[in-house]
Every structure is written in C-alpha cells, then in structure tokens.
Design a protein around this ligand. Structure first.
Ligand code: ZN
Length: 264
C-alpha cells in the first residue's frame, strides 16, 4: 500500500502496527513539498505494484494524481479528506491542522484497511481506537495551551496560507504574504499591507515554515524589525531525528513554538 505524503504515512503505520504483511511506501519524502512534488519513474513503479493508495485530496497532490492513471495503478484510491467539512471560500487541502479532522483521516484509513483486508479487522480497529484517543487528548491539550492567551495577541504571521483549519479550530489568526500553495507568488501590495499590519498591531509571532521559501518572510521580518520566532511544520513531517517526526509531535512542536512567541 502507498501513501502520498508523510502525515498519511504516519497514520497508516500506526493503524497497521503489529501486522508484518503490510508494506507501506510513501511517495513524497520527509521535508519535501507535496504541492510541487514531481513524481519520479520509481514512483510510477511503486504505484503500478500497489493495491491501495491514500491521498489527502483537495488538490494537494496534483503531481501524484496525474501519474496514478499513467502508472497503470489498478487498486483503490482512498481520499483522507472524504468526510472533512471543507473551507468554503477556497479549495484548501491543509485540513489536518485541525486535530478533529486528523481523527476523520484515521477513521477513513481504518475503514479502508478493514475493507481491503477484513481478516485483520480487529487489529486495525484496536490500533485506530488507540490513535483516536491520543488525538482527542492532543486536541484538548492544544485548547488548554492557548486558553490564557488574550484575543489581541492571537495573531501569527507565517510563510503560506496553510493554517486556516488550525485557525478555525483553535481561534488563532494567521496571516501570510502568499496563498494556499507554496508555488503562489506574493503581490507587492499584499506584502506592503502585511508589513503595515504587523507594525500597527505590534505582532511578534513571525515564523518560517519547514518547506516553503523563507526569503519573503525574512524580508518582512527585517522591514518590521522582528526576529523570526522559529519554524512551523505545515505540509510535511520532519526527518525521524527532527522535531516533528510524527503527527502528534508536529502539532505539539507548532503549538509550543507559537505559545513561546506569544509569551515573548
Ligand atoms: Zn501547503
């Protein structure tokens, strides 16, 4: 079975824990950008041999969706965002930043495994239940961490518009000079507006992201005399020895990094 990117790989690994007959391959490597990823001939071969692929959907893995057909893939495609209540104004794939949506991903993957390999249904259900419990606790923890932050301080500036779902779930406002995709270009007008806003509202929580180009944010930080407050993980987990090797540690890392900047 194949997952498109690192967060789905993490969930798939946890749901199949203890089952040695399942081999998980993931297409976009750690610290690579799923928005702009160009699949390789090896990826086509992996797809050709696979029986299932899990993708995020919502135009996140455009490159991969393009080669699914040409690779000769004959399995089933499961979309993790299938049951997510999506952003109404734009097609925004970054739904996992609301942990309640991540729970929907786990349920989607669990049900797919149960259909595809019903012999091991009990293991999938047990592993998924454990993971859902961990994610419910994580969701509660985030709300507690942010609880004491006053409304006027709850504003973050970051590289690209990846945190709308996080913003809605945890009541933190995110601003960025570019749009939904890391491939988008910022207009001079948007950058100027953002710089004014940072100055007017005395915002200190300015971050870069692990994947997106940080040049523009560095320039904005320079012009507003802010220091960058760290790196947020938006679209990919870190390498195993980094600060965000799995979904839970990624979210914890982001929340702690944001809280630290709010308190500075
Ligand atoms: Zn993104």
């Amino acid at each position: 079975m194949v997952t498109s990117f690192s967060i789905l790989r993490d969930f798939a690994e946890k749901i199949t824990k203890g089952l040695t007959h399942i081999e998980i391959k993931s297409i976009v490597p750690f610290e690579a950008d799923p928005h702009s990823y160009q699949p390789t001939p090896l990826d086509s071969k992996i797809l050709f041999e696979a029986n299932i692929i899990f993708i995020n959907g919502l135009e996140f893995e455009k490159g991969i969706e393009k080669i699914i057909e040409s690779s000769g893939f004959k399995g089933n495609i499961y979309k993790a965002t299938q049951n997510v209540k999506v952003r109404p104004d734009l097609v925004d794939p970054h739904t996992w930043h609301d942990v309640q949506n991540a729970i929907l991903y786990v349920k989607e993957l669990r049900d797919a495994f149960c259909i595809e390999d019903s012999k091991h249904k009990e293991t999938y259900q047990k592993n998924a239940a454990e993971l859902i419990k961990t994610l419910e606790n994580l969701d509660g923890w985030i709300k507690k961490e942010f609880k004491s932050i006053p409304a006027q301080k709850r504003i973050v500036v970051t590289t690209h518009d990846a945190f709308w779902y996080f913003s809605r779930a945890y009541d933190i406002q995110f601003l960025s000079p570019v749009g939904i995709s890391t491939e988008a270009e910022a207009s001079a007008q948007n950058v100027a507006k953002l710089i004014n806003f940072i100055n007017e509202h005395d915002i200190k929580a300015v971050f870069i992201e692990n994947l997106a180009n940080s040049k523009l944010i560095e320039q904005i930080a320079n012009e507003t005399k802010r220091s960058l407050q760290g790196t947020l993980y938006a679209d990919s987990l870190s390498a195993p020895d980094g600060p965000a090797p799995d979904f839970v540690s990624m979210i914890k890392h982001n929340v702690q990094t944001i809280c630290k900047a709010f308190e500075s």
